[in-house]
Ligand binder design. Structure first.
Ligand SMILES: Nc1ncnc2c1ncn2[C@@H]1O[C@H](COP(=O)(O)OP(=O)(O)OP(=O)(O)O)[C@@H](O)[C@H]1O
Length: 346
């Protein structure tokens, strides 16, 4: 179980986190969604203690995760956006190491690796060096390194990026199984149908803060449907006045924005405008993202040119990161890790 309250992280004028609040229960999968640069990875980095926030509180299963003992990190299994494994060591040796770091005894590790390899389709590559397996296999190894030891909090930052459908299905099955076993899961993705498959609750992030939170059905119920209507040859020149501001005519079809399609259809019939064709497009997660999470077109370009405070403008686009729930164990180093160190030093 995780509770973040009022987290703030500034990089110069950019507020990567700007009053970030989130509560995730044990057994819950929460999908973090938001535009590039919204602050998702920064939040994951704060939880894994790779980044120190400027303000705010974070508790993980009741432990102060910002100021408490580093051993609290054993509660967290994290899969970074970029591969952070020992490239010359085998898949098995990497998993042995991550297992040991979580405190798993040697005898238990062997069985845990066997199970994870079967679950994540890694059996055939267990004894190959990470550098010599495919990108998809590396990503599954990274996910396995987060899951080994069954940590009660899993942070998965775009774990299915670049995965083929079979790999994606295996990863999602594994994530669901961890949540069913009681883990709290925080899952970031830009591929929204995954969150439907996972029956995840959603946290929509915009400019460093959570702007919408809840079950998919309740968030979607706040969005309108689009009703496509066609009428016979003698169709109406206008729809009834109460729909005028919500309807657009496109050739022989009307598109009506509606919070209550049955009520609008009934009103049309009462007004003597019976449609000959009706099709209702219900809102989906893409619509939710466009409505709540996305920045206006062009905003990201502006952000790259000039970072402005989050309250008045967009944040800059991100650099991708290497991060790990177990700092100092990875040989993988990226621009973001170096930038972070430079920042800390400065
Ligand atoms: N080390 C850093 N130094 C300076 N700015 C940073 C650093 N890390 C992140 N930022 C900035 O903080 C903001 C949030 O970035 P973050 O990577 O958390 O976004 P994100 O939501 O994970 O994006 P994406 O979906 O592209 O992965 C961005 O404006 C980014 O440029």
């Amino acid at each position: 179980m995780l509770t973040a309250a009022g987290l703030v992280k500034r990089y110069g004028e950019v507020r990567a986190l700007d009053g970030f609040d989130l509560h995730v229960e044990a057994g819950e999968i929460t999908g973090l969604i938001g535009h590039n640069g919204a602050g998702k990875t920064t939040f994951v980095e704060v939880v894994t203690r790779l980044v120190k926030p400027d303000a705010g509180e974070l508790t993980i299963y009741g432990t102060d995760a910002l100021r408490g003992p580093r051993s609290a990190q054993k509660l967290v299994g994290a899969c970074p956006q970029e591969i952070a494994l020992y490239p010359t060591a085998t898949v098995r040796d990497n998993l042995q190491l991550f297992g040991a770091l979580t405190g798993l005894r040697r005898s238990v590790r062997h069985e845990a690796i066997r199970q994870l390899a079967a679950e994540l389709m890694l059996e055939n590559v267990l004894d190959r060096p990470v550098a010599l397996i495919s990108g998809g296999q590396q990503r599954r190894t990274q996910v396995a390194s987060a899951m080994i030891g069954n940590p009660p909090l899993l942070l998965l930052d775009e774990p299915t990026a670049g995965a083929d459908p079979q790999t994606r299905a295996a990863l999602l099955r594994s994530v669901r199984a961890r949540a069913e076993a009681g883990a709290a899961v925080i899952y970031t993705t830009h591929y929204l149908p995954e969150l439907t498959d996972l029956v995840a609750t959603l946290a929509v992030i915009r400019r460093g803060r959570v702007v919408a939170r809840g079950e998919q059905s309740s968030l979607l119920s706040g969005l309108p449907s689009t009703v496509r209507l066609r009428f016979g040859a003698a169709g109406p020149a206008q729809l009834p006045p109460e729909m005028a501001g919500r309807a657009v005519r496109e050739q022989d079809e009307w598109r009506l924005t509606s919070m209550d399609p049955p009520a609008d259809l009934a009103a049309l019939v009462v007004a003597g405008c019976s449609p000959t064709f009706v099709d209702v497009d219900r809102p989906d997660l893409d619509n939710l993202f466009e409505t709540l999470g996305a920045l206006p077109a062009g905003a990201e370009d502006q952000a790259e040119e000039k970072a402005v405070p989050a309250s008045t403008g967009p944040s800059a686009t991100p650099r991708k990161a290497a991060l790990s729930s177990r700092p100092d164990t990875s040989t993988a180093r990226t621009a973001r890790a170096e930038a972070r160190e430079a920042n800390d030093a400065g």
